[in-house]
Design a protein. Structure first.
Length: 309
């Protein structure tokens, strides 16, 4: 497969030191835990603002009205985690190596930051598609389509510039070939379009659908990678989020429906999945913190609607 090795060598041979330093900073915006943290923070802010807006609309409504399930924006986290799981599965499916080139260490780099820089430019694992390009396309593209600050055109343009900068930094640092970047962006945009299509047509609420989809994609990643590449972490995080949402979500005051029964069963199943992950992987220190983080990401959607009603 042609991946643009000649282009990478040309770029690598002409990059000044200051650009290496800038690239090392910019590339961090596409790190796995950065994009997950951005998704969690954005979902909390959106959940809070929607709950407040819903509370104002219901000030003069009947107090027996059902709890406002729709204020939850925590489905954003499920979409991002599912995307990261899909990316992991693709990396292990193609199993293509990273470039052999190693970016030089800038002389101006402070000694205290040298180890961080070296770890950034000497990554292991597979290189196709680029996880940073994929994750950034999903996370920042999703935010551009979801938030309501400014015009949609400006938001999309800002996300495109950010994704482009993160993607370019991967080539500048010689950790990805150009083809890895193009594939990461293309597949990330394709995944985002597909999951948003699914969320619009699912018979269940967006939070349940997003986290259930993330669990499914994580299980595929686990099967393809042999429990590698953070696939277990993604599965545990998604399962923790879905379990917390299924068990603690605001309940309507009307009699139980088949859909409510589904949520009770889903909570039990996902708790069982977490136990299975511990048994299969044998790593409480991997599964438990990720599951707790998933539940933590859901917390505002469980608490804020009750405060605002």
């Amino acid at each position: 497969m042609f991946r643009g090795g000649d282009v990478l060598e040309a770029v690598h041979g002409s990059v000044p030191e200051w650009m290496l330093l800038l690239a090392a900073l910019v590339t961090r915006l596409g790190d796995v835990w950065i994009v997950i943290s951005v998704a969690i923070a954005a979902s909390w802010v959106l959940t809070w603002s929607r709950a407040n807006a819903d509370s104002h609309r219901q000030e003069h409504a009947d107090s027996s009205r059902d709890a406002p399930i729709h204020v939850s924006a925590c489905w954003l986290v499920g979409v991002v985690v599912g995307g990261l799981a899909a990316m992991t599965a693709l990396k292990y499916l193609f199993a293509l190596p990273r470039p052999e080139l190693v970016a030089a260490t800038p002389a101006a780099l402070p000694t205290a930051l040298e180890s961080t820089y070296v770890s950034t430019v000497t990554l292991g694992g597979y290189g196709f598609p680029s996880g940073h390009a994929f994750g950034a396309s999903v996370a920042y593209g999703l935010l551009a389509l979801t938030i309501r600050t400014g015009t949609r055109r400006v938001r999309v343009a800002t996300a495109a510039v950010l994704v482009g900068a993160i993607s370019l930094s991967r080539v500048v640092l010689a950790v990805h070939y150009p083809a890895d970047i193009v594939a990461g962006i293309a597949v990330g945009v394709g995944y985002l379009a597909a999951i948003l299509w699914l969320l619009e047509r699912s018979p269940f609420d967006r939070t349940s659908t997003a986290f259930a989809s993330a669990i499914g994609l994580s299980l595929v990643a686990m099967a393809v990678s042999g429990f590698g590449g953070r696939s277990v972490t993604y599965a545990a995080l998604a399962a923790g989020g879905l379990a917390a949402w299924s068990i603690g979500r605001p309940r309507p005051r009307s009699p139980p429906t088949p859909r409510a029964t589904y949520h009770a069963e889903a909570g039990t199943v996902t708790l069982g999945l977490l136990a299975g992950l511990v048994a299969l992987e044998g790593g409480l220190m991997t599964v438990v913190p990720a599951a707790v983080l998933g539940a933590f990401a859901i917390a505002p959607a469980l608490v804020v609607p009750r405060w605002s009603t």
